[in-house]
Design a protein around this ligand. Structure first.
Ligand SMILES: [Zn+2]
Length: 298
């Protein structure tokens, strides 16, 4: 029996998945901005311990949601592409395209698709790694140290040097505002990356351990940076023992989409970036950045 990959449905799931991951990062950022807004700028230095607890908890909870979402997505795409279900966390006996869509819809909070109740054959393997909570906690700690503690300490030193007479009120206020903006942007970007990494790492690791997976490609957000557009333009990354890490960066909402069949189809943006790359004709990364910015006007 040969299975025909349900391409249109897969692309719909891919788009919904990318948006749902982006929404998790946005929810994290909103929650964290609220925490920050409740503390006066001059009291930040004395509140670092409590802030770190809140920061770590918000990242942890978003990463859990990201993992649940990513497992549901992986399982759905695999079934749409191969007609087979994979085991592991969240797997229920009697799984069908209908039940896999229901799981995915629940995880995204949107009804993106439905499918038949016909029971699918199961590959009982569990390729999904257990979450490395200790490593996640260390990364959150490091992000907080760099993006919050270090910035607050630097700012306190500058404030001390300035004294009170040096600058007018308006200028002082503007500096405080600038400091808070940079703090908020830096820490929410780093935290949002860690939140989405919950799911991104899950998928990246699962496909290494799933004989049914052949590789992955990069699904970008609506306005990716030049680097992510370049990665997306290259299409599929077939898996090998040396498959490099996915390489997301702060404020990046790109996702890894697993591939299970040679008959996969890339989203139209990936083809568009590939055309852009051919028009560019090759050159340094800096040249590509210039070309990309000119072409997309970003
Ligand atoms: Zn990106």
């Amino acid at each position: 029996m040969t299975w025909t990959p349900q391409t249109a449905e897969i692309l719909r799931a891919v788009a919904a998945y990318q948006l749902a991951q982006e929404a998790l990062a946005a929810e994290f950022a909103a929650r964290w901005a609220e925490v920050l807004a409740a503390v006066e700028a001059r009291e930040l230095a004395g509140a670092l311990t409590e802030l770190e607890t809140e920061y770590a908890a918000a990242i942890r909870e978003a990463a859990v949601a990201s993992r649940v979402l990513s497992v549901a997505f992986y399982r759905l795409v695999r079934a749409l592409e191969t007609g087979r279900v994979i085991g592991g966390p969240g797997h229920r006996p009697g799984a069908s395209l209908g039940s896999l869509w229901a799981d995915f819809n629940r995880a995204t909070g949107k009804r993106t698709g439905t499918g038949s109740r016909e029971v699918l054959p199961v590959d009982t393997r569990n390729p999904f790694p257990a979450a490395d909570l200790a490593r996640e906690a260390r990364r959150a700690e490091e992000a907080f140290r760099q993006e919050v503690t270090a910035r607050v300490e630097r700012h306190e030193r500058e404030r001390g040097r300035q004294g009170s007479a040096a600058l007018g009120d308006a200028e002082l206020l503007a500096r405080e505002e600038e400091f808070l903006d940079a703090l908020r942007t830096g820490s929410s970007g780093a935290g949002g990356m860690l939140a989405q990494d919950g799911g991104r790492n899950m998928i990246h690791n699962a496909l290494q351990d799933d004989p049914g997976a052949i590789g992955y490609y990069r699904k970008t957000d609506a306005s990716p940076c030049y680097f992510c557009a370049l990665m997306a333009s290259r299409g599929a990354v077939y898996k090998s023992r040396s498959t490099a890490a996915f390489g997301a960066h702060p404020h990046c909402h790109c996702q890894a989409v697993p591939i299970f069949s040679r008959r996969y189809q890339l989203p139209s943006e990936n083809d568009q970036f590939a055309r852009m790359w051919r028009t560019f004709g090759g050159g340094s990364l800096a040249d590509w950045r210039t070309h990309y910015r000119k072409t997309t006007k970003t």
